[in-house]
Design a protein around this ligand. Structure first.
Ligand SMILES: Cc1cc2nc3c(=O)[nH]c(=O)nc-3n(C[C@H](O)[C@H](O)[C@H](O)COP(=O)(O)OP(=O)(O)OC[C@H]3O[C@@H](n4cnc5c(N)ncnc54)[C@H](O)[C@@H]3O)c2cc1C
Length: 205
């Protein structure tokens, strides 16, 4: 972030917009000198990022002990093809969060976080599904990471070539990339004639 300060952003609007569009993060932490970087889902509620998973998960057991963590979130918007190999790049929006995660023990906060996970990935789903039972809530660990030490970095626009390279007969530009949903596939074990709900038929972020 120090090398390209023009692309850095620290305001919460920019950070929240990226966190609300993505749903996959990579959680980095060290266990006994060995760094791990584990992909996992997340949800944001106000200024807290929640991650969750099986209470048996080593990642969650380790993090609930309060170790330092680095969480990254990345959205890819395009491939930037410059005239020189050196200036090839990607258009992206990303966030890096540093801090310590804490275990969420209060039942109401835990349930709100579980709701947020579901709603963050598929808005409207929570009210359609069987709600979690007490054993299911107990079997799930939820961790909270305050969005205190956070930065965003964004690259947009065409390639930035060296001035003398602009006259070269080489195509340059951007290949935009998007996450595009396809039509929903019903579970072969669907026992009732139910049409896929709107949020599955017209999924969008
Ligand atoms: C898109 C996506 C979303 C996910 N969402 C969640 C979530 O919301 N909650 C959740 O708990 N888990 C989620 N996972 C699974 C998560 O990545 C871990 O596998 C899981 O949490 C178990 O972690 P662990 O530390 O207990 O792994 P362990 O069972 O202790 O893993 C042992 C070793 O296996 C390797 N390993 C672990 N996970 C992976 C992996 N994903 N890919 C390759 N190697 C691996 C590592 O070397 C690890 O040290 C998600 C994975 C993906 C790809």
């Amino acid at each position: 972030m120090k090398r390209l300060p023009a692309r850095g952003a620290y305001d919460s609007d920019t950070v929240f917009k990226i966190l609300d569009e993505a749903f996959l993060c990579h959680v980095g932490f060290v266990v006994g000198g060995q760094p791990f970087v584990i992909p996992t889902g997340y949800a944001r509620v106000d200024e807290i990022l929640y991650i969750h998973g099986s209470a048996a998960s080593r990642m969650l057991r380790t993090l609930s002990e309060g170790v330092h963590v680095c969480v990254t979130v990345t959205l890819i918007d395009g491939l930037v093809l410059a005239r020189s190999a050196f200036h090839h790049s990607m258009n992206y929006r990303s966030v890096v969060i540093l801090g310590r995660a804490t275990l969420v023990e209060q039942r109401e906060e835990k349930l709100a976080a579980l709701r947020a996970f579901t709603e963050h990935v598929v808005s409207g789903r929570w009210n359609d599904v069987r709600q979690p039972t007490e054993p299911e809530i107990k079997a799930t660990t939820v961790l909270a990471l305050p969005l205190a030490e956070v930065s965003a970095k964004i690259r947009t626009g065409p390639p930035k070539d060296d001035e003398e390279d602009y006259s070269l007969p080489i195509w340059a530009g951007v290949v935009p990339l998007k996450l595009v949903p396809e039509g929903p596939i019903p579970d072969p074990r669907l026992e009732h004639k139910i049409d896929a709900p709107g949020y599955a038929q017209n999924y969008r972020r």
